[in-house]
Design a protein around this ligand. Structure first.
Ligand SMILES: [Zn+2]
Length: 74
């Protein structure tokens, strides 16, 4: 299942959830403060890699570390 990144509007912390695609836009509860005021954010490395494709492919992803990013295949 893909990993989705969410940000909490209460404490502004980001967290990740592994969900099925059909659940991607469901309300996610903040892992830190348990607030339901969260929204999904688009993975930075996905949009960044998209933007830089063909320009600078090496080391262009700063938002994923190790194997945590399912979008860019790191
Ligand atoms: Zn929170």
């Amino acid at each position: 299942m893909p990993i989705y990144e969410y940000i909490c509007e209460e404490c502004l912390k980001k967290f990740e959830l592994v969900r099925s695609i059909s659940q991607a836009d469901d309300a996610a509860v903040c892992a830190s403060c348990r607030s339901a005021k969260t929204h999904r954010i688009v993975s930075k490395c996905f949009s960044k890699g998209d933007h830089l494709s063909g320009n600078n492919s090496a080391g262009s992803c700063q938002s994923c570390s190790g194997g945590s990013c399912s979008h860019c295949g790191h």
